[in-house]
Design a protein around this ligand. Structure first.
Ligand code: ARG
Length: 459
């Protein structure tokens, strides 16, 4: 049974109906649809459009439906067009003809926009909690590895650049998530605006107190323009953007961990529980969950571009194109809710090979420190950079590590270089020289860690 049909003489074509129906995915809005309907019934009564008794009957029936949803008893396989039709049909079975009064002054256009926003407001909190879980895993790692002052090469252009503390590296993946969580919170404010009462497009014709209705549903305010109210899906697009960006952040982390877990690097080993094997090659231990995370980032980016393309040419108010908003947003939410805890699990259980990380440090990574050594002896940095470069070239020429250059070679490079140049070639000391705010020095990382532990509580 559809919510329309009076002006039709023919039945809907079966294929067209199946093409049209959104129940296969919008059943997920069931709980918020009922919540919105309860508030609408009460608002109709307050506006004296229905009697208090009628409102009571409607609310009682809707509460029963809410129980049926929670206990898994509501039958979703009834071939309805969408969740709004299904709830209304079920309400009719429960309370009789008075169910037909619930639709008064309300269209599915303002209804679906309301439902979708309510659903997203709940979902934002779940995604935030999952992101926080991953942040906690990163903090735990940073804390542990700071105790042991684990060092590894820091890379730029994926070439060995300068030594850093592993804790510093872990935390470099904490802050992007903190920004993502801020985005989620800011998005909540923009989502918490109620379209209910916008009607089909022109505003409801009944004297509904839309502000009171909005607050009753947990919104902060009511939408200021009814045409915009039914067509606005900015909140969905913004959510998909944040989802895509979280995907990008997790993909970068995955990529690094995948490389670090190769035999070639051997910096980390993933736990068996977060790896898979090969059906052919018995020796393989594959980082599938991380690869899948990297892959899903691509899907999330696709969801965002897909919805933006859908939105870009809508002529006015509600158009059925808008129904395409839900599958992508639902999938993005499901993906995040699974991807974030899996990444947290992988990080919580992996093994760090500090010895392998230390072995990957080489003295040439201290060439900047060598230049700084000359700077302290009065050489302008530009010149010092050139002299340190000459030393690197000389070491390559002689086939020795930079810290093993014979002393007469140092003297040939600059008479300002003394025996104490050997003090430059100490990775820990190089790290310790970088204790500025946000630097890799131990004290700075400790401070950063405290800051991270502070802000994780509230994004
Ligand atoms: N299933 C629709 C959607 O998701 C609900 C709104 C339908 N409105 C309409 N006038 N057909 O967008």
């Amino acid at each position: 049974m559809t919510l329309w049909g009076g002006r039709f003489t023919e039945n809907q074509n079966q294929l067209a109906a199946e093409f049209n129906n959104s129940l296969p995915f919008d059943w997920r809005l069931a709980a918020v649809d009922v919540r919105g309907s309860i508030a609408w019934a009460l608002a109709l009564a307050r506006a004296n459009v229905i009697t208090a008794l009628e409102a009571e009957q409607l609310v009682a029936g809707l509460n029963t439906i809410q129980d049926e949803i929670e206990s898994g008893q509501l039958d979703f396989n009834t071939g309805e067009e969408d969740i709004h039709s299904l709830v209304e049909r079920r309400l009719g079975e429960l309370v009789g003809a008075v169910a037909g009064k619930l639709r008064t002054g309300r269209s599915r256009n303002d209804q679906v926009a309301t439902d979708f926003r309510l659903w997203l407001m709940d979902t934002l909190e779940q995604v935030d909690a999952a992101a926080q879980g991953l942040q906690a895993a990163l903090i735990k790692r940073a804390e542990l590895d700071l105790e042991w002052s684990v060092m590894l090469p820091g890379y730029t252009h994926f070439q060995r650049a300068q030594p850093i503390l592993l804790s510093h590296w872990w935390l470099s993946h904490f802050w992007p998530l903190q920004r993502d969580r801020q985005r989620l919170r800011q998005l909540r404010d923009r989502t918490a605006v109620s379209p209910l009462g916008a009607g089909a497009l022109a505003g409801t014709a009944f004297p509904i107190d839309r502000e009171a209705l909005a607050h009753e549903l947990g919104f902060n305010s009511a939408t200021p323009n009814s045409l915009d109210a039914v067509s606005d899906r900015d909140f969905a697009a913004e959510f998909l953007f944040v989802a895509a960006l979280i995907g990008v952040h997790l993909s970068k982390l995955s990529e690094a961990l995948i490389l670090y877990s190769t035999r070639e690097f051997g910096f980390i080993e993933l736990a068996d529980a977060f790896s898979t094997g090969s059906s052919l090659m018995p020796q393989k231990k594959n980082p599938d969950p991380l690869e899948l995370t990297r892959g899903k980032a691509g899907t999330l980016i696709g969801h965002l571009t897909g919805l933006l393309a859908t939105l870009k040419a809508l002529p006015s108010a509600y158009d059925k194109d808008l129904q395409e908003d839900k599958p992508v947003v639902f999938d993005a939410a499901d993906t995040l809710r699974r991807m974030l805890p899996v990444m947290a699990g992988a990080i919580n259980t992996l093994t760090v090979r500090g010895d392998r990380m230390a072995a990957a440090l080489d003295a040439a990574m201290l060439a900047t420190d060598l230049a700084d050594y000359l700077v302290k002896r009065g050489v302008p940095f530009r010149e010092a950079h050139g002299l340190a470069g000459q030393a690197v070239r000389k070491a390559i020429e002689l086939g020795v590590s930079l810290d093993r250059l014979p002393f007469y070679e140092w003297k040939a490079i600059s008479p300002l270089i003394e025996e104490d140049v050997s003090s430059v070639f100490d990775f820990a000391a190089s790290i310790e020289r970088r204790n500025v705010i946000g630097g890799t020095g131990r004290a700075a990382v400790k401070q950063q860690l405290e800051e991270a532990k502070n802000v994780i509580r509230s994004a």
